[in-house]
Write a protein that binds this ligand. Structure first.
Ligand code: SF4
Ligand code: SF4
Length: 504
């Protein structure tokens, strides 16, 4: 692929900025941190912006994905593999060998002192780089998709949520407050994506921090119990996955060049369903298993309410049984095995909790909750979400975590699939079967197969990124929120190469 001079200049600046990171990482740079930090970020920012202009400026309207399969980075070539390996090694260091990053971490001290009043940690380094990438590669994304209003607005939204709610506000709050639980780190995190809320030290922090601690406690509950189901019912899971979430934000911006690498095979769809729902069940079991020993046999005091053991027990039973009834009713209507399995699991958990309450047992699943958390934290929280989820962007596509691992996506996916107004409608008669939509679906959905049949796309995994619609040359696909009636009904007419048939 031809790289023009503007692009080359941008790449040169970006590489120069990144090399400062490498020099700090390897211990060559040990002082003048403020200078080097700003120099590296400025060079990388300028590099991204100039490269973006060289790549997409001066072209005709429309989204350009030319040569993605022939590019060594985006077509799983040598550079793709090298990048995947380097990213993976970085994540391994970040999670398990943070000491080896100490040179790079100290380069972030000046910024950390400015924002939080303390020294930088590996998570401050990570959060800063993460936010930087979403911001500047978000600008690149907006410029690339500038002719599509939906893409522009949702990307601005993702940038604002990351910069303000996940980065600036929590860090500034940290400078003024004692540690107040996990919301002190990211106000838009929601259980089950962020399972840390079940940690006893997080609950202790909320209990010990008066009104603000109480606010964080109820903020978490409201996000999970009210905001998530209501918004997903009205808008599908896109409201979070494509407009708010930081993982989704990084996937859409830094990972945009790799979206075509997601597997579209039927077997990967099957693996996806098994894995994502297993992770969900795992989180639910882990949460109940760790909350019960914490709340049983003692009162939990917040600033204007005390949660006693019976209060906790009956609230949990109410939620579990209510969800099971909802699942059962939906199963009655849709006859989908997933709903039946989910309903049974919820009832079994309610039974185990009752056994714990009436039998005075703390480890209700006969497993120590700490060991379950350790396994989950290692396998899912670190290895899956970080190492594979981002490290494998250049190899498996940009939404590996969202598609196969994220329990929040699993939770919203069930609502989106069975009780939501969201769907992608298809005007099959206009489809020319070019396959652009399927190619660029980061969730591995074979969009074209639906479009050819004129069938609505109602899939649990769709994150509503809208890229299938944006790249369609015929305007076939439309993301819509409408009445539930007729949402699953296929187009009565099937348009095939042999003519129009009744879709029986
Ligand atoms: S089907 Fe379309 S909107 Fe849904 S995830 Fe795929 S590309 Fe995005
Ligand atoms: S991009 Fe549009 S025209 Fe091409 S296969 Fe998909 S729906 Fe059909």
């Amino acid at each position: 692929m031809h790289t023009n001079r503007v692009q080359k200049f941008g790449l040169f600046l970006g590489a120069a900025g990144f090399s400062i990171f490498v020099l700090a990482w390897t211990g060559v740079i040990t002082g003048a941190h403020t200078l080097f930090l700003w120099l590296s970020f400025s060079l990388m920012a300028a590099g991204i912006l100039i490269n973006t202009y060289g790549l997409y400026g001066g072209h005709t309207r429309g989204i350009k994905n030319n040569h993605v399969w022939f590019n060594t980075l985006t077509g799983r070539g040598l550079l793709g593999w090298v990048s995947g390996i380097v990213l993976t090694l970085f994540y391994i260091q970040l999670y398990w060998f943070a000491d080896s990053l100490s040179g790079l971490i100290s380069m972030f001290d000046p910024l950390s002192y400015l924002l939080t009043g303390g020294k930088a940690s590996q998570w401050f380094l990570y959060g800063t780089v993460y936010t930087f990438l979403i911001f500047f590669l978000g600008i690149k994304f907006i410029y690339k998709y500038r002719h599509n209003r939906y893409q522009v607005i949702r990307t601005i939204s993702v940038i604002i949520f990351q910069v303000l709610f996940a980065y600036a506000i929590p860090h500034i709050l940290e400078a003024f407050n004692d540690y107040q639980g996990y919301f002190g780190k990211d106000l838009k995190q929601i259980w089950p994506l962020n399972y840390y809320i079940t940690e006893s030290y997080q609950l202790d922090a909320m209990s010990q921090n008066g009104v603000s601690g109480t606010f964080y406690f109820f903020w978490g509950l409201i996000l999970f119990l009210i905001v998530t189901p209501v918004f997903t019912y009205f808008y599908g899971k896109r409201w979070y996955c494509s407009w708010v979430c930081g993982c989704g934000g990084l996937a859409e911006t830094a990972g945009d060049s790799f979206r075509q690498l997601s597997s579209k095979t039927r077997s990967s769809w099957q693996i996806e369903r098994w894995v994502v729902h297993s992770v969900m069940v795992f989180v639910l079991l882990m949460t109940v298993a760790s909350l019960w020993p914490y709340f049983s046999g003692k009162d939990y005091k917040l600033s204007f309410i005390t949660i006693t053991t019976p209060m906790f027990f009956y609230s949990m039973i109410f939620l579990l049984v209510l969800s099971a009834i909802g699942g059962g009713l939906l199963y009655w209507k849709r006859r989908h095995p997933l709903l039946l399995v989910g309903t049974i699991i919820l009832l079994l958990i309610a039974g185990a909790l009752s056994f714990g309450y009436f039998g005075g047992v703390k480890d209700i699943f006969s497993v120590n909750s700490r060991s379950i958390k350790k396994v989950y934290g290692f396998l899912v929280g670190s290895a899956f979400a970080g190492v594979i989820g981002v490290g494998f962007y250049p190899l498996l596509g940009n939404r590996v975590w969202c598609r196969f691992g994220c329990p929040m996506a699993g939770y919203m996916g069930i609502i989106q699939r069975f009780k939501s107004k969201f769907r992608i409608t298809t005007n099959g008669a206009q489809c020319i079967s070019c396959g652009n939509c399927s190619t660029y679906c980061e969730q591995g959905i074979d969009v074209r197969a639906y479009a050819q049949k004129g069938e609505n796309i109602v899939r649990a995994s769709c994150v509503g990124c809208g890229v299938c619609s944006a790249v369609c040359p015929r305007g076939v696909l439309k993301l819509e929120n409408g009445p539930e009636e007729g949402r699953f009904d296929s187009n009565p007419l099937l348009i095939t190469k042999d003519g129009v048939k009744l879709n029986s």
